[in-house]
Design a binder for this molecule. Structure first.
Ligand code: GCV
Length: 837
């Protein structure tokens, strides 16, 4: 009987899980199962007593009611005075001391921190959420609700939390026209057509997500700043966004353009030491603070990627930063000067040139010359958010200057919204890396950037988020974990990746142990997996760096001024950054760290090719040669993603249908792309090194039939650029206005087979495809996926698997393509393999 009941329950399960869009992210407050709900209903007092009238405290109140209602189906009574009855009491320590001293926590709580305690007084049980300030009350409330959602006990609370750093901010690269630079989840939630969106409710909902993590600031326009942001007409637009975020205690910041005194102010110069420019910045700051009194401050990208900066007028970064910072100072504003300063027109032929050196070279001698409300905002690595980089040496260099770390949540070089790559393990490696900046003490990056090592008064974390209008915010349900992880690390970088991802999974997908284990495992291994099939050993991402930063293009990094070089050629690979024979980058670290990176022997394998140029036959610490490692890791990476697809399938019925299908489609796509990467990178290195794969896989693809070798009607053969983006370096495409076919003869044994069709799905047309086996149509589809490429290249390479076909020797497999607009129904190959399922 029990078994029958279980079976009925299992059958019912999928229908009970209602479809979710991902909009509520980790704040779903989904109903708990009956047993848990009963347990918490007993533990959660029925009354919420709110002691403060400040906006964030009112938000905390609403959140408590919403969370308890959602998870426990109970609506607590809200009151403002403490009576003798059991209650949840929320307020600042001062407010609690006044209203009910017996409930006030002993000792002090730090700014934005909170305490959660169970207090028994006069026979009643109180849950007391107390904080030093209103934001802390809000953060404590979210922490309390999180405990219920993940199934932690709230019976005897006695916990105090202090944020690791005061600055826990987000940057957005949103343009005022509503587009987003490196945004993969739709258009801007802030801007449209040069103004703040009419409906800013999305912004308020985003503020709620941010506040739930303790994030307290958000810059709302691109660092490639439109000068108009400072124009008097635009200020009301900023004020509207600030108003939308204010309920959640998230301050607004804006990115400014250094040339504004000229473009907006009508001056003849933007020289920061010119009295008229000093006056411009002062008046501007005063004007903005009149419109937005709680503005967090400004962010500036100068002297970088074409942005104008102080070098144009012979001034230093310190001159530039201090003038603007002094204008902000009377208002309590902070100024974030980006350390991402480099020359993108470097001579690639000079082997001593090195973009990685730029941040240190630009800022080292200015240490101590910046005002105390200036922060140098430093990207985690010295290049640009690559799949693996060492920690920027600048972190260990600045002693007398405030700094913050910039991490990228939007997955620019990390597969964008199409690949699942959980970045917390990567961030943690950098944050925990000891820069050996002071003798005898541990000086991990997290301590340096928060000012702890050199006793700076402030510091912290900024994450480039770039959410968009798509319901899932990022265009990929699993990518939300990166925003969650960023926020949790900014609050407490000592949390482990596992803790963070398990917590996120429970909140986002529920507490089913199989769901938690499966998703956590995919997420925790996904960075290494992505690195394996893109650029291992410190090669960097090997993507198209002069294009969309998405698909593979091994040589795109070379022979241009951008400096993302990996120096791979026929003889060897990697960039010599040693002090002895290379660019000297390794010598920018403190001696103990420099010693590690200076020699091939000491450098960890993961960064070998970032630091050194070696022959392909160089042995790694594992004993494997570099070339064999490149081959093997690409196969491993592609296999891992295939496994993710199967792992995810085991969650069918345990995750709501909508998100299940969305993630399944995303992972299948990623698995297909991982194969493109595998074959392209391996093919490229095989061609360059001429060293065969010891396991015979590279260049040898059983079951694969190239389209260019098929019997073609209408289709024309095309040499693909870069060559590695297509199998056999060629594809076929169909001229507009035609219907074309590629026919393949099957000569294997009779049986059940899967046919994989590798085609190119560009984003400026929707071509149609049909597959026929000996005249019988077995599949048809359109190439309508949202991909970031308009060209026949690795970014548009897509696959369709037609499963379970009965094939006989002599069968003709015919692929028919009908182009549409810019999409030429291009084909790369088909593969025929015995059916898997
Ligand atoms: C906003 C990289 C990105 C740019 C970005 C820049 C930066 O180069 O590709 O889109 O510009 O970093 O961080 O300023």
């Amino acid at each position: 009987m029990r078994r029958v009941l279980c079976l009925i329950l299992l059958l019912l399960l999928p229908s009970v899980l209602h479809a979710e869009s991902g909009y509520d992210a980790w704040l779903r407050y989904a109903p708990l199962d009956d047993v848990s709900a009963r347990r918490y209903r007993d533990a959660v007092p029925p009354v919420v007593i709110v002691l403060g009238a400040e906006t964030p405290i009112q938000s905390a109140r609403d959140e408590l009611v919403r969370g308890i209602k959602g998870m426990l189906n109970r609506t607590p009574r809200v009151e403002s005075r403490v009576s003798g009855d059991a209650a949840i009491v929320i307020g600042t320590v001062t407010q609690i001391r006044q209203a009910a001293p017996q409930l006030a926590p002993a000792g002090s709580i730090e700014t934005d921190g909170f305490s959660l305690r169970t207090v028994r007084a006069n026979g009643a049980r109180f849950v007391v959420i107390a904080a030093q300030n209103d934001l802390g009350v809000l953060y404590g409330t979210f922490a309390f609700l999180r405990k219920i959602a993940v199934g932690e006990s709230i019976a005897d609370l006695d916990q105090k939390e202090t944020p690791y750093s005061p600055i826990r901010w987000i940057n957005h690269w949103d343009n005022l026209d509503g587009s987003i630079e490196r945004g993969y989840g739709g258009r801007s939630i802030f801007w449209e057509n040069g103004r703040a969106r009419q409906d800013l409710s999305r912004v308020t909902d985003y503020g709620r997500l941010l506040a739930s993590l303790g994030i307290n600031g958000c810059s709302i326009n691109n660092v490639n700043a439109d000068p108009r942001v400072l124009s008097p007409e635009f200020l009301p637009q900023i004020a509207r966004v600030a108003e939308a975020l204010r309920p959640w205690g998230v301050k607004v910041l804006i990115s400014v353009d250094f040339g504004s005194p000229r473009t907006i102010g009508g001056l003849t110069t933007f020289d920061p030491l010119d009295p008229s420019v000093i006056a411009f910045w002062k008046n501007k700051a005063d004007e903005i603070y009149r419109a937005v009194p709680d503005l967090g401050g400004f962010v500036l990208k100068a002297d970088s990627e074409g942005r104008i900066g102080p070098s144009a007028v012979g001034r230093t970064h310190a001159d530039a930063a201090n003038v603007i910072a002094r204008a902000l100072k009377p208002h309590g504003g902070l100024f974030f000067y980006r350390g991402f300063v480099y020359d993108n027109r470097m001579d690639w032929r000079n082997l001593k040139n090195d973009r990685a050196r730029a941040a240190y070279d630009n800022f080292k001698d200015l240490d101590g010359k910046f005002d105390d409300n200036v922060f140098i905002q430093i990207k985690n690595g010295p290049i640009d958010f690559q799949v693996r980089e060492p920690a920027s040496p600048l972190f260990g260099t600045l002693e007398k200057t405030n700094q913050i770390i910039e991490l990228q949540i939007t997955q620019e070089y990390m597969g964008q919204a199409r690949h699942t790559v959980f970045l917390v393990p990567m961030w943690k490696e950098v944050l925990d890396f000891d820069m050996k900046a002071r003798p005898g003490v541990s000086t991990p990056v997290k301590a340096l950037v928060t000012g702890k090592t050199f006793n700076r008064s402030s510091g912290g974390f900024v994450g480039v988020s770039n959410v968009g209008l798509e319901e899932s915010w990022y265009g990929n349900q699993l990518s939300q974990a990166n925003l969650y992880g960023f926020g949790r690390l900014a609050w407490n970088p000592d949390l482990s990746s596992k803790q963070i991802v398990e917590e996120w999974t429970r909140l986002t997908f529920g507490n089913d142990p199989k769901v938690v284990e499966t998703i956590a495992n995919v997420q925790l291994t996904s960075w290494r997996t992505y690195e394996n099939y893109t650029g291992p050993l410190g090669l960097q991402t090997l993507t198209d760096i002069v294009g969309n930063h998405f698909g593979v293009a091994v040589e795109a990094s070379e022979r241009n001024g951008w400096g993302q070089w990996h120096r791979a050629d026929e003889q060897g690979v990697g960039m010599d950054r040693s002090a002895a024979t290379g660019t000297g980058f390794a010598g920018q670290y403190r001696p103990e760290v420099a010693k590690i990176y200076e020699t091939v022997e000491n450098t960890p394998d993961d960064l070998l090719l970032f630091m050194h140029h070696v022959p392909y036959t160089q042995k790694l610490k594992s004993g494997k040669t570099v070339i064999q490692y490149i081959y093997d890791s690409h196969y491993e990476g592609a296999e891992s993603v295939e496994k993710y697809v199967n792992d995810w399938k085991s969650l069918r019925g345990r995750v709501d249908d909508r998100r299940y299908e969305e993630v399944l489609a995303q992972l299948k796509y990623q698995a297909g792309q991982a194969i493109v990467w595998r074959d392209a990178v391996n093919g490229w290195f095989y061609k360059a090194s001429k060293i065969p794969d010891a396991r015979g896989r590279v260049g040898n693809y059983p079951g694969r039939f190239e389209a260019e070798a098929a019997s073609l009607t209408g289709y024309r053969v095309l040499s693909v650029t870069p060559f590695e983006a297509a199998s056999g370096e060629k594809a076929v495409e169909c001229p507009a206005g035609n219907t074309c076919t590629a026919a393949f003869k099957f000569n294997g044994q009779a049986g059940w087979y899967d046919i994989t069709v590798r085609y190119f799905d560009v984003n400026n047309g929707i071509a149609r495809y049909r597959v026929r086996v000996s005249g019988q149509m077995v599949d048809e589809w359109t190439g309508a996926d949202r991909v970031p490429s308009r060209r026949v290249d690795s970014g548009s390479s897509a696959r369709r698997i037609v499963e379970g076909l009965a094939l006989r020797p002599g069968d003709e497999i015919q692929i028919e393509g009908i182009p549409n607009e810019g999409e030429t129904a291009a084909l790369d190959y088909i593969e025929i393999h015995p059916a898997v399922n």
